[in-house]
Design a protein around this ligand. Structure first.
Ligand code: FE
Length: 222
C-alpha cells in the first residue's frame, strides 16, 4: 500500500462499522482481505502466523480501562504527567504498556481551563488502539470525521459537553505517524479519591475529548 495514510493497526476494521450495508457481504469482503494480507505477510517472511495471532490477541486485550490508568496516574503524579506530555510512549511503558517500535507515535494533549482537545481521524479511523482498545463505531463514521473539524463545539454538545466560549478548542487530526490521547481535567471534588477510584471516573469518550470524565457522586449527608 503506497498511500500516505497507510497504517498498521486497522485490524479493527473487519467488523460492523458500516451500518445499513449487508452484514454478511461486508464481513465476507473484509475477511477475504484479511486472509489475503495474512497470506502475503507470511509468504514474504515479514511475520509469522503466530506473530499475527499474538498481535490480534494483544489488541483484543486492551480497553479504555488501560488509558484510564494512565490518566489517573497523571492526575496524582505531576512528575509522571510531565514525562507523559514530553514522551508519551516512554511514560506509558512505565505502567507496563509497551508499544511496539513500529507503532505510530503517541502524543498526549492536556485539557486545561483555557484549552480543550478533540481527537479525530478525518481520513479513516486512526486511534490509539493499543492503549484504548477498538475505537467506537461513531469515531469511524463519516459524520463524526467531517463534523469534528468544522463544528467541534456542536459535536461535544451532542455528547453532553457544553464548552465555554472562552475555551479554545483544538482538533487533533490523527495521521499515519501520530495517535492522540486526551488528558482530561481532573474533576473537582476528587481530592480524597485513590488512584483506582480516579481511574474509574475516566471514560473512553473523555480520552477522545468528546466529553469530560464522570464527576463523583456527592457523599450522602449524615
Ligand atoms: Fe486513520
Amino acid at each position: 500500500m503506497s498511500n500516505q495514510h497507510g497504517h498498521g493497526d486497522h485490524s479493527n476494521e473487519q467488523g460492523s462499522s458500516h451500518p445499513g450495508a449487508s452484514q454478511d457481504a461486508e464481513l465476507g469482503h473484509y475477511a477475504r482481505r484479511v486472509q489475503a494480507l495474512e497470506a502475503l505477510l507470511t509468504e514474504k517472511g515479514i511475520c509469522t502466523q503466530g506473530e499475527i495471532q499474538r498481535a490480534v490477541e494483544e489488541t483484543e486485550a486492551r480497553s479504555p480501562a488501560d488509558g484510564a490508568r494512565v490518566v489517573a496516574r497523571a492526575w496524582v503524579d505531576s512528575e509522571f504527567k510531565a514525562r507523559l506530555l514530553a514522551n508519551a510512549k516512554a511514560a506509558v511503558a512505565e505502567l507496563g504498556y509497551e508499544a511496539a517500535a513500529d507503532l505510530p507515535d503517541l502524543v498526549v494533549a492536556e485539557n486545561t481551563d483555557k484549552q480543550h482537545h478533540l481527537v479525530v481521524c478525518t481520513l479513516c479511523s486512526c486511534y490509539p488502539t493499543w492503549l484504548l482498545g477498538r475505537p467506537p463505531d461513531w469515531y469511524k463514521s463519516l459524520t463524526y470525521r467531517s463534523r469534528a473539524v468544522v463544528d467541534p463545539r456542536g459535536v461535544t454538545r451532542e455528547f453532553g459537553l457544553e464548552l465555554e466560549p472562552n475555551v479554545e478548542v483544538r482538533v487533533l487530526d490523527s495521521t499515519a505517524d501520530i495517535r492522540y490521547l486526551v488528558l482530561p481535567q481532573r474533576p473537582d471534588g476528587t481530592e480524597g479519591l485513590s488512584e483506582e477510584e480516579l481511574a474509574r471516573l475516566v471514560t473512553r469518550d473523555s480520552m477522545v475529548g468528546v466529553s469530560n470524565p464522570h464527576v463523583p457522586e456527592p457523599a450522602p449527608a449524615d
